[in-house]
Design a protein around this ligand. Structure first.
Ligand SMILES: C[S@@+](CC[C@H](N)C(=O)[O-])C[C@H]1O[C@@H](n2cnc3c(N)ncnc32)[C@H](O)[C@@H]1O
Length: 258
């Protein structure tokens, strides 16, 4: 069973992190958000909604279908005037047409049974000249061996059934590009980002964090005993001494509304 985003016990799953400087630098290369309105779809705990304010956006609308996630986001972003959170479905966006400058969706599309309505809705709400930025992992991003940097690869070595789950839900890069083109987007680009998730003082700190980790929906496929087994497996494959910098490989798609 995957993560239930509406369950109160998962409230803290996507909140409280600081975004990695590599993400900020990549976004700055794609778009200048200064003075712009950003719609962050599937905003979760608001980590990236808040980062758009850091990048200079005039207004950021965080939207999610889960009231529990929206509560977490409101808590995490309390006191930031440029930010508002609303409940809404990314495949039927309750927002007027041609009203926002940037639509952003990180780690959303692999939760959608069909990505086409989301892409069409993003086109509808964007002003002409507006920009869509979608971030998720493709099959190619997932299927990378485990290493001291790519910890996630070890998950699939220990529990191959997790790879089946990932391959079924993760999008193919070409599909998103094709759907964006079909919706009317132009200047389409696809790029790769290695985003640092976290730096751990040691492999044992990482193993402890894995045991408590809720922020990776794939680990919700495992029971407590299996998560403990995974933590031990991962620790055994890493050097005992020294810091571990855990990174995830992402694909970013970007296009312009004509
Ligand atoms: C993996 S989390 C990502 C959260 C955040 N974007 C981040 O990167 O930290 C996915 C989020 O998408 C939301 N979500 C899933 N399907 C949705 C839909 N159809 N419409 C709106 N939100 C959705 C979930 O509630 C969850 O908060």
């Amino acid at each position: 069973m995957g993560i239930d985003f509406r369950d109160e016990k998962n409230k803290s799953s996507y909140m409280g992190r600081e975004v990695d400087p590599s993400w900020l630098a990549t976004i700055r290369e794609l778009v200048d958000p200064t003075g712009k309105t950003v719609l962050d779809l599937g905003c979760g705990g608001g980590v990236y909604s808040r980062a758009w304010v850091t990048l200079g956006a005039k207004q950021v609308i965080g939207m999610d279908f889960s009231p529990v996630m929206l509560d977490a986001a409101a808590e995490y972003c309390r006191g930031i005037d440029q930010l508002q959170f609303y409940q809404g479905d990314a495949t039927a966006i309750p927002w007027p047409e041609q009203s926002v400058d940037i639509v952003f969706a990180r780690a959303l599309v692999h939760h959608l049974a069909d990505t086409r309505p989301f892409v069409a809705e993003a086109y509808r709400v964007l002003k002409p000249g507006g920009v869509i930025i979608v971030q998720d992992r493709t099959h190619a991003d997932v299927d990378i061996p485990g290493s001291a940097e790519h910890i996630r690869g070890f998950f699939f070595e220990s529990f191959p059934r997790l790879l089946d789950v990932e391959m079924k839900r993760r999008p193919q890069g070409e599909l998103i590009i094709a759907q964006a083109r079909e919706a009317g987007f132009s200047s389409l680009r696809q790029l790769t980002l290695w985003e640092t998730r976290k730096i751990y003082a040691s492999s044992s700190e990482l193993a402890d964090e894995l045991r408590s980790r809720k922020g990776r929906s794939i680990l919700h496929e495992l029971d407590d005993h299996e998560v403990d087994q995974l933590a031990r497996d991962v620790q055994s494959k890493l050097p005992e001494q020294g810091a571990i910098t855990e990174k995830d490989r992402w694909t970013i798609w970007c296009g312009e509304r004509t």
